[in-house]
Write a protein that binds this ligand. Sequence first.
Ligand SMILES: NC(=O)c1ccc[n+]([C@@H]2O[C@H](COP(=O)([O-])OP(=O)(O)OC[C@H]3O[C@@H](n4cnc5c(N)ncnc54)[C@H](O)[C@@H]3O)[C@@H](O)[C@H]2O)c1
Ligand SMILES: O=P(O)(O)OC[C@H](O)CO
Length: 329
Amino acid sequence: MKVTVIGDGGWGTALAMVLDRNGHEVTVWGPFESYVDEMRIFKENVNYLPGVKLPDSIHWTSCHENAVDEAELVVIVVPSRYYKDTVEAFKPYLPESALVISATKGLDEKTYERMSEVAEKILERDVAVLSGPSHAEEVARGVPCAVAIAAKDHAVAEQIQELFVNDTFRVYTLDDVIGVELGGALKNVVAVAAGISDGLGFGDNTKAALMTRGIAEITRLGTALGAKPETFMGLSGIGDLMVTCMSQHSRNRGVGERLGKGETLEDIMGSMKMVAEGVWNCQAAAELAAEKNVPVPITDQVNAVVHEGRDPREAVVALMGRAPKAESE
Ligand SMILES: NC(=O)c1ccc[n+]([C@@H]2O[C@H](COP(=O)([O-])OP(=O)(O)OC[C@H]3O[C@@H](n4cnc5c(N)ncnc54)[C@H](O)[C@@H]3O)[C@@H](O)[C@H]2O)c1
Ligand SMILES: O=P(O)(O)OC[C@H](O)CO
């Protein structure tokens, strides 16, 4: 199949490699011509996936029209901050019959919409979602993993599953697009909190508490926004939360760790080429929860550290000092 991956970050590149291994004709679009040229020539994505040899068979372009020419499957995987503008720029060229998948894990910072909602409005067609515990650094090296594909139409989910699945990339289908997408976006915020815990020198008990109470608040907010609660017990919920809170590769956990060690957010973000969606999206998550009257104490504290300059130690005191309550609340 002719496939276009819109986004040349670590995840776009890793997904392109999966699809290339499966025998599809893959083109990756990136926004900066000189960087795309470097990848084509040197066969390495130095900024976003260093140390991985890129296959000769993948095509690289920064031209919107060429990128999606005759595309049958389009995977959108640009970071949330650039998502809406990028999809709008592609709209005139996207073949009507192309299947579209969104693999970005984030929320629109202005409208708080899920990414597939943004794409569906612009493209006026259904958009499926791919999410789950899947660090690009491992997927690109063929380390086994499992992810979730959600589509409103089960037949479409199965079709996409067939295109991606191989002996190291296992894909499960479900129909809860909202749940799969929110799991991927909201876990990033909790992972920042887990990183803060690491940076402050706390232990495994602290991390387990954050992850367990984190999935509880993600489930509360997710169901209030229309997701099925059981989805958060799956790969795109607890699965992704676990890997992001624990992995050495996680950018969200890494930002939190540096905050916990006392670095300023400005210095941390200034030193990073890669994105940490939880930093961009914690305000949207906190505001959505406030709108729905859903308590999300961990998300609120991450938002306060990131946007109000709260000292991470004060955030911990605020979390631990809350009134005692039942676990089910
Ligand atoms: N990296 C992973 O392991 C991983 C895994 C699963 C999901 N994701 C999600 O995938 C999405 C993309 O993240 P990533 O990790 O591939 O990115 P990245 O951090 O590796 O790279 C940043 C990307 O931003 C792009 N960019 C910068 N300025 C831009 C602009 N003006 N317009 C369009 N694009 C611009 C760069 O070209 C690059 O592709 C995120 O939502 C992330 O949460 C990442
Ligand atoms: O590196 P992170 O924190 O952006 O997480 C990447 C993926 O979402 C993990 O599944």
